[in-house]
Design a protein around this ligand. Structure first.
Ligand code: NDP
Ligand code: BG6
Length: 517
C-alpha cells in the first residue's frame, strides 16, 4: 500500500537520481533541540517511508547532555509520533531507529570530535565501504564557529575529499546577524570546507510552491513577455504569521522580523520572482542570477518619514477570537524592547527589466492570518470602454502565487456581470495544489535533506548571496539600532500591520492587497 502510494505521488516521480546517494551518516549537532524534534527527524522518517534514504543510512545525534542511545531512540520516535505529517509505521522506522546513536560532547571539545571520527570509522569498518558524513548544524548560531573549526581540526571536514563520499555540512539560519558577521562566518567555512561541500539552509527554498515559481515563470510562454516594467505596476510579497514569538522571545529579541524573515525568506522569494532566466537549471546558474538581482537593488533609505522601510511591534489584540498579549509582555522580551515584530520595505531594482517598478515586502508576527504570497499586479487597462473617469472600476489583473497555506496560483481578471448593462467585476481563476496533486505534499526539510545527501545545492544559498542580501539590509538595521525603541510603530495583534506600512504604498498611489486566495 505504502509503496504504491509512494509510486503514485507526483513528488516521487522522476526522483530516481535521489536513490543514488552513497552510504550516509547524518550527524545532527543540537540533537536535543526544537528544530531536530519538529522538523529534521520527521523529515528523515518521511524520506525513509518513501524509500528515499540510501540503503545504508545512519544517524548520530550530538549534544552536551548525557543521553543514552536508548533514550535518544525513544526521543526521536516520539518526535515522529508528534510531528510527522504521516503516521508512524513502526516496522519501517525500525531501520532508522536501530541505526541511531547519541554522541555526547561539548561543541568546542576536540576530544569529542576525535570520538565522533572514531565512531564513523567503525561504521565504515563494519560496513566494509566508505560512508559520506553529512554534518547538520542545528544549534544556536553562537556555536556555529567552534563546530566548523573542530570539524576542520579533526579532519572530519576532509574525509574522502574529492570522492563521492566527501563530507558535507548543512548550516541552519540565521547566517550571521549583519554583513560583517556573515562575511566572517563565510571565511570560517571556507577555511574548513570547499564551497561545493557547504549547504546553507533557507527552508523556504524547499517549499514546493517556491520551487514551482521557476516552473511557472520559465515553463510557460504567456507570462515572460509580461514580466517586466512595461506591464507590471508593482509586486507585493507578504509573509505573514498569526503566531507570536511563543517560547522564542529571547532569540527573537536579538533577531526581529528583518533578520528572522526579511533578510532570508522574503529576499529569496524576491530573487526568484525578479531574476533573469538562468542559462540552465544548474545550481550555479540559478545562484548567479539571484546574486545579480540582489546587486541591482538600490540601497534603502531608512528614514522614517519618507524612507523605504517601516518597523513596528504588536500590541495586545485578538487572534481567532482569543485575546493575546503584546510583544513586550511575551516571555523573554524586555519591557523597553526595540525589536521589530513587523517590517515592510519598498525596493527599487535598477535593471532594464524592473526600473520604475516598486517591489513591496512585508513580514510580521501576530498578523491577521498566516499567509505567504507573491502578488504580481499588472498595469490597469485604459478605462475608455467600460466606464468614464469617475466610474472607472476595472481591477488590476493580478497574479497571486500562494506559497502557503492553500498553495496555488490565482489570476484576477475582469469579467462582465450577466445582465443588460455592461458592468464589470473582478473574478478569480484558481489553480490549487490540493485539488490537482492531493494535500499531503512533502515538507521543505524532506526535500532539503534529500538534496544535501545527493549533493544537489540548487535549493541552498551560496556565500555571496547571503552577503549581497546582508549588504542591503545592514544599514537599515544599524539605523534602527541607533534609534532604539524611538520611532518604533505599533499594530494591534490580529491586524494587517501599522498605518505607516499603508502610507509607504500610498506614496506611490498603491495599496496592500488583502492577502489570501
Ligand atoms: P535550540 O535552542 O532548541 O538549540 C538546539 C540545541 O543546541 C539545544 O538542544 C542544545 O543542545 C544546544 N544549545 C542550545 N543553546 C546552546 C548554547 N548557548 N550553547 C551551546 N549549545 C546550545 O535551537 P533550535 O532547535 O530551535 O534551532 C536550531 C537552529 O535552527 C538555530 O540556528 C535556529 O536559528 C535554526 N532554526 C530553528 C527553527 C525552529 O523552528 N526551531 C526554524 C528555522 C531555523 P545540548 O544542550 O544537548 O547540547
Ligand atoms: C523561521 C523563523 O525561519 O521561519 C520563524 O525563524 C518563523 O520565526 C518560521 O516562524 C516560519 O516558517 P514557515 O515555514 O512556518 O512559514
Amino acid at each position: 500500500m505504502l509503496n504504491s502510494e509512494a509510486e503514485r505521488h507526483p513528488f516521487l516521480q522522476g526522483l530516481s537520481k535521489h536513490r543514488g546517494a552513497p552510504p550516509t551518516v547524518i550527524v545532527i549537532f543540537g540533537a536535543s533541540g526544537d528544530l531536530t524534534a519538529r522538523k529534521l527527524v520527521p523529515a528523515i522518517y518521511n524520506l525513509c517511508l518513501d524509500n528515499l534514504l540510501p540503503p545504508n543510512f545512519f544517524l548520530i545525534g550530538y549534544g552536551r547532555k548525557d543521553v543514552s542511545d536508548a533514550a535518544f531512540r525513544e526521543g526521536i520516535t516520539k518526535s515522529v509520533q508528534t510531528h510527522s505529517r504521516r503516521e508512524l509505521n513502526a516496522d519501517i522506522w525500525e531501520r532508522v531507529k536501530n541505526s541511531a546513536v547519541y554522541h555526547r560532547g561539548d561543541y568546542d571539545d576536540d576530544s569529542a570530535y576525535k570520538g565522533l571520527s572514531a565512531r564513523i570509522d567503525t561504521i565504515e569498518k563494519d560496513l566494509g565501504r566508505d560512508v559520506q558524513a553529512l554534518f547538520y548544524i542545528s544549534t544556536p548560531p553562537s556555536v556555529f564557529k567552534p563546530i566548523l573549526e573542530n570539524l576542520g581540526a579533526s579532519r572530519l571536514a576532509r574525509r574522502h575529499q574529492n570522492s563521492p563520499c566527501a563530507s558535507r555540512v548543512v548550516i541552519e539560519k540565521p547566517f550571521g546577524s549583519d554583513f560583517d558577521s556573515a562575511r566572517e562566518l563565510n571565511q570560517v567555512i571556507t577555511e574548513q570546507f570547499e564551497e561545493k561541500q557547504v549547504y546553507r539552509i533557507d527552508h523556504y527554498l524547499g517549499k514546493e510552491t517556491v520551487q514551482d515559481l521557476l516552473v511557472q515563470r520559465f515553463a510557460n510562454s504567456i507570462f515572460e513577455p509580461l514580466w517586466n516594467r512595461r506591464y507590471v505596476e508593482c509586486v507585493q510579497i507578504t509573509v505573514a504569521e498569526d503566531l507570536g514569538v511563543g517560547s522564542r522571545g529571547s532569540y527573537y529579541e536579538q533577531s526581529g522580523a528583518t533578520r528572522d524573515m526579511i533578510q532570508n525568506h522574503t529576499m529569496q522569494l524576491l530573487s526568484l520572482t525578479a531574476m533573469e532566466p538562468p542559462v540552465s537549471l544548474d545550481p550555479e546558474a540559478i545562484r548567479d542570477e539571484k546574486v545579480k538581482l540582489l546587486k541591482a537593488i538600490q540601497p534603502l533609505n531608512p528614514n522614517e518619514r519618507d524612507g523605504d522601510v517601516v518597523r513596528a511591534q504588536y500590541d495586545e489584540g485578538l487572534i481567532g477570537g482569543k485575546k493575546v498579549p503584546g510583544y513586550k509582555q511575551e516571555e523573554g522580551v524586555a519591557a523597553d524592547s526595540g525589536t521589530e515584530t513587523y517590517a515592510a520595505l519598498r525596493l527599487s531594482i535598477n535593471n532594464w527589466r524592473w526600473a520604475g517598478v516598486p517591489f513591496y515586502m512585508r513580514s510580521g508576527k501576530r498578523m491577521a492570518r498566516r499567509v505567504s504570497e507573491i502578488a504580481i499586479q499588472f498595469k490597469r487597462p485604459p478605462g475608455i470602454l467600460f466606464g468614464d473617469a469617475e466610474r472607472f472600476d476595472l481591477a488590476s489583473n493580478t497574479m497571486v502565487i500562494q506559497i502557503q497555506p492553500d498553495e496555488g496560483t490565482t489570476l484576477l481578471l475582469n469579467s462582465k456581470i450577466p445582465g443588460l448593462e455592461t458592468r464589470t467585476q473582478p473574478v478569480k481563476m484558481h489553480f490549487r495544489y490540493r485539488t490537482t496533486y492531493g494535500s499531503n505534499t512533502p515538507e521543505a526539510y524532506e526535500r532539503l535533506i534529500l538534496d544535501a545527501m545527493i549533493g544537489d545545492s540548487t535549493l541552498f544559498i551560496r556565500g555571496d548571496e547571503t552577503e549581497a542580501s546582508w549588504r542591503l539590509i545592514t544599514p537599515v538595521l544599524e539605523h534602527w539600532q541607533s534609534l532604539g525603541p524611538r520611532g518604533m510603530g505599533s499594530y494591534v495583534a490580529g491586524s494587517w500591520g501599522p498605518l505607516a506600512s499603508e502610507q509607504l504604498l500610498w506614496r506611490n498611489r498603491h495599496e496592500w492587497r488583502r492577502a489570501g486566495p
